[in-house]
Ligand binder design. Structure first.
Ligand code: G3P
Ligand code: CA
Length: 245
């Protein structure tokens, strides 16, 4: 199966993460899909921000969950005025035919509201009930088992990835819980246990590996049969893959 490139936070090696510019560039560079993190604002809007606060990525301060959409629209994020909303990113992905890997962040004080809001928003775009999982342009992911279970309950037809920043003993054999379609190990998990990709495949699960930018790591993942590679630099990663042939 062809390895697909997922632009991690957009083309974030070359543009500020989670900005329109980062995602536009990723699509221009031929990324197959876009990765984003999603959080709820105080007034219930879904916005694409990785950290709990806006301190690192904007000229403002404070927790995303304490700020309103109006307040976030006044801040500068990497040279762009206003936070990138999930609605805007979905619009861009639909217009330009890119897939989306959406990660809900936890723990958060609002618990499961982020998944409810996300599925409602996907429904507005007609993306919550794909004809088949294989055809779905949207995949939802989380490190939180509860969150992925919630997505499965709310939108059973959407494909899910259970992210792993370490190997959980009960998953080592390649099995996944019924609410997860695919596995999402970090690169270090695969470096410690490369055969995990094959064991998961034997159980019918594809592998999404993050975050892979180094040429040796790209080749390593390609050799293992990783299906989706999350990279901060889709163009450079494509060059490495093209050289492999
Ligand atoms: O794609 C998964 C990866 O993004 C998880 O780590 O911290 O970059 O969200 P993080
Ligand atoms: Ca992420």
């Amino acid at each position: 199966m062809q390895l697909e490139l997922v632009a991690h936070r957009g083309s974030s090696a070359l543009r500020a993460e989670h900005t329109r510019a980062a995602y536009e560039l990723a699509i221009d560079q031929g990324a197959d899909a876009l990765e984003c993190d999603v959080r709820l604002t105080r007034d219930g809007e879904l916005v694409c921000v990785h950290d709990r606060t806006v301190d690192r990525t904007s000229d403002g301060t404070g927790r995303v969950s304490d700020l309103t959409t109006a307040q976030l629209s006044e801040l500068d994020f990497g040279g762009e005025r206003g936070v990138l909303t999930m609605r805007a990113l979905l619009g861009m992905a639909v217009d330009r035919g890119a897939g989306l890997f959406i990660e809900t962040k936890h723990p958060v004080r609002t618990g499961g509201k982020v998944e409810v809001a996300l599925i409602d928003l996907l429904a507005e775009f007609g993306l919550n009930r794909p004809r088949t999982k294989a055809e779905s342009p949207v995949v939802v992911m989380s490190f939180s088992a509860m969150a992925v279970r919630r997505v499965r309950a709310l939108a059973p037809g959407l494909p899910t990835v259970f992210l792993l920043n370490r190997m959980l003993p009960w998953l080592r054999g390649g099995v996944l819980p019924s609410w997860a379609d695919h596995t999402g190990p970090g690169l270090s998990v695969l470096r410690a246990d490369p055969d995990y990709v094959a064991r998961a495949a034997d159980r019918g699960h594809d592998t999404y590996c993050w975050t892979v930018d180094d040429p040796a790591d790209i080749r390593f993942c390609a050799d293992l049969g990783v299906r989706w590679l999350a990279t901060n630099d889709p163009a450079a990663t494509r060059t490495v893959l093209d050289a492999i042939g």
